[in-house]
Ligand binder design. Structure first.
Ligand SMILES: [Zn+2]
Length: 302
């Protein structure tokens, strides 16, 4: 056993990323990830596009992640932006229950507000009711505009619907929202974006001020300017900045596991007892290989 640290990135859109990213993440110690269902950068026009997207999050993408040594989980929901197409949103509501029970689905998400429109509010509440009914964890996307009021409103609506704050992860926090989220007993996740918004220096300061209880670090890496190594990089900066290893472990691994592991689908044994990489495996007759030699790890001690 070495003492290499293990990390969980509980918010990363791997569908938009390359195999190089998977390899770099595994190399840096990322053992598990959660891929929230989200907007693809261009609005979908048909319910079938949602269906195929959700199917890839419970099918091909976990297979692909495993081919590079990473355990993949996801959250399923209708994102706030596309909730504004009500005709389509209605059809998506019918679709969601078909996915909530899939084996790697650990929460309803990412849901919440974008522009805080009436349609967004309507579908946010419908999905909160679904989560409550199934006793599922909820992952909330807080708006980038009117961040503070949108964050507080998201939590108030959760409470109004009778959700237990310990079942709700409020994401994309910053220094202005963290206290309100922690005071109400919700999980406070932070997205580390390169150069802008919540940089990792600011994250270090937050952990120094608020400690590690209920605080979670993620990358939200997607098709935009973002960094899939944000979690291990922030952990490294925290250690170099004098944050205790215990606090680093909590904010970059354990809290994400505690928060998203509540339904028992995501557990440490999934990666601690995982078989080695075997790239000869196929998913519906397809592999991640393009004629390359497959990597096959054996379990022999060398
Ligand atoms: Zn996201």
């Amino acid at each position: 056993m070495d003492d290499k640290m293990m990390f969980i990135d509980p918010h990363v859109h791997m569908t938009s990323r390359t195999t190089d990213d998977y390899q770099a993440m595994a190399q840096a110690g990322v053992v598990a990830i959660i891929e929230p269902s989200f907007w693809l950068g261009q609005p979908r026009t048909q319910v079938g596009s949602f269906q195929d997207y959700y199917s890839s999050l419970v099918g091909w993408e976990p297979f692909r992640a495993k081919q590079f040594g990473i355990q993949h989980y996801c959250t399923i929901g209708l994102n706030s932006k596309e909730a504004n197409n009500e005709a389509l949103a209605e059809q998506v509501m019918e679709l969601l229950p078909l996915y909530f029970h899939k084996e790697n689905v650990v929460a309803v998400g990412e849901i919440g507000y974008d522009d805080q429109t009436p349609a967004e509010d309507k579908y946010f509440r419908i999905q909160l009711e679904m989560a409550k009914e199934l006793n599922m964890v909820v992952q909330i996307h807080t708006p980038h505009r009117d961040k503070k009021s949108g964050t507080i409103r998201s939590m108030e609506v959760c409470l109004e619907h009778g959700l237990d704050p310990s079942m709700v992860i409020v994401d994309h926090n910053n220094e202005e929202t963290v206290k309100d989220v922690l005071d109400r007993g919700f999980w406070a996740a932070f997205t580390i974006y390169p150069k802008t918004k919540m940089g990792n220096e600011r994250m270090v300061a937050v952990v120094k001020q608020y400690g590690s209880k209920n605080i979670i670090v993620d990358s939200s890496a997607d098709w935009g300017v973002s960094d899939p190594l944000a979690v291990p990089k922030t952990a490294s900066l925290m250690l170099r900045s004098g944050v205790s290893k215990a606090d680093v472990v909590k904010t970059t691994y354990q809290n994400a596991l505690d928060a998203f592991g509540k339904n028992g689908k995501m557990k440490e044994s999934d990666w601690l007892q995982a078989e080695g990489i075997n790239q000869t495996q196929l998913f519906n007759d397809n592999s991640v290989l393009r004629g390359q030699q497959p990597r096959v790890d054996d379990d022999l001690i060398k």
